[in-house]
Design a protein around this ligand. Structure first.
Ligand SMILES: [Fe+2]
Ligand SMILES: [Fe+2]
Length: 268
């Protein structure tokens, strides 16, 4: 089974800064033969702030001509209120996502693997759906199949026991809860987006893959996190009991930085 993961397309209804990268990505995806497509969030530029970006995201996804399974990012459904007080995750944002894009968490059994998509934006919010999702996740891990997990924010940057990394990763408390559940299953892959970087590392027998963005990379506004700042996608090839992940670079991508237009797209 060959699964292509893309992330952080940041589809915008109003701005064309990264449109050429988006078009390069959709053209490339249409030419690929993959059994499955997954998008790990920040589908839209500012869907958490303006619905028009959510509908532009829905239309862009529909234009791919193949089903793609998405999980939401912070720019799709908001974030924890201490990270983004102006755009907290709430019922309205979750409902808009579910109506326009689809479920914010999902589970599929395909060719001997269990694939799980999580809504990482709920972690640490205290929203009632956060608890529901933990319970659902524990049940989803009750399987003899090897498991691959997809979510927007990485569980950690350098190590599972590290201190809070603020905006960049899942907070320690929800991370510990998720990883305790994961230890009871045969989790082989945790694939995330959000950082607009590529990196692959193995920790305790699990491959942690950061899928790069399809839109822009970050320059000086992002601290050094250890990944490579380049645009692209990832192909995951699933074998009987192991998975190989490979960075792919669609033709025509340009590693544009966010900073020259950051105040226009995301004014403080
Ligand atoms: Fe992003
Ligand atoms: Fe993000």
């Amino acid at each position: 089974m060959r699964l292509i993961q893309i992330s952080d397309t940041h589809v915008s209804a109003n701005h064309r800064f990264f449109l050429a990268n988006l078009e390069a990505t959709s053209n490339w995806l249409r030419s690929q033969e993959a059994s499955l497509l997954v998008h790990t969030g920040d589908v839209g530029m500012d869907s958490a702030g303006q619905e028009i970006d959510l509908y532009a995201s829905r239309d862009w996804l529909a234009g791919l001509g193949a089903p793609i399974h998405c999980v939401p990012g912070n720019h799709d459904v908001g974030d924890r209120s201490e990270i983004n007080p102006r755009q907290p995750v709430n019922n309205d944002r979750l409902r808009l996502w579910r109506d326009a894009i689809g479920p914010d968490r999902w589970l599929m059994d395909r060719q001997g693997w269990r694939l799980i998509g999580l809504n990482a934006m709920l972690f640490g919010t205290g929203h009632e759906d956060e608890t529901d999702q933990y319970i659902w996740f524990e049940k989803a891990l009750e399987t003899d199949l090897p498991v691959a997990i997809f979510l927007h924010k990485p569980l950690f940057i350098d190590a599972p026991d590290e201190a809070p990394r603020g905006y960049w990763s899942v907070a320690p408390q929800p991370r510990q809860r998720l990883m305790a559940s994961m230890r009871r299953a045969r989790v082989k892959l945790v694939a995330s987006g959000h950082l607009h970087m590529h990196r692959q590392q193995e920790v305790d027998g699990i491959s942690y893959v950061w899928c790069p963005a399809s839109s822009f990379v970050c320059g000086e506004s992002q601290e050094e996190l250890g990944g490579e700042r380049r645009l692209g996608a990832v192909m995951h090839v699933f074998g009987v009991d192991s998975v190989e992940s490979q960075f792919l670079r669609p033709k025509g991508l340009d590693d544009l930085k966010i900073e020259p237009v950051q105040q226009i797209l995301y004014p403080r």
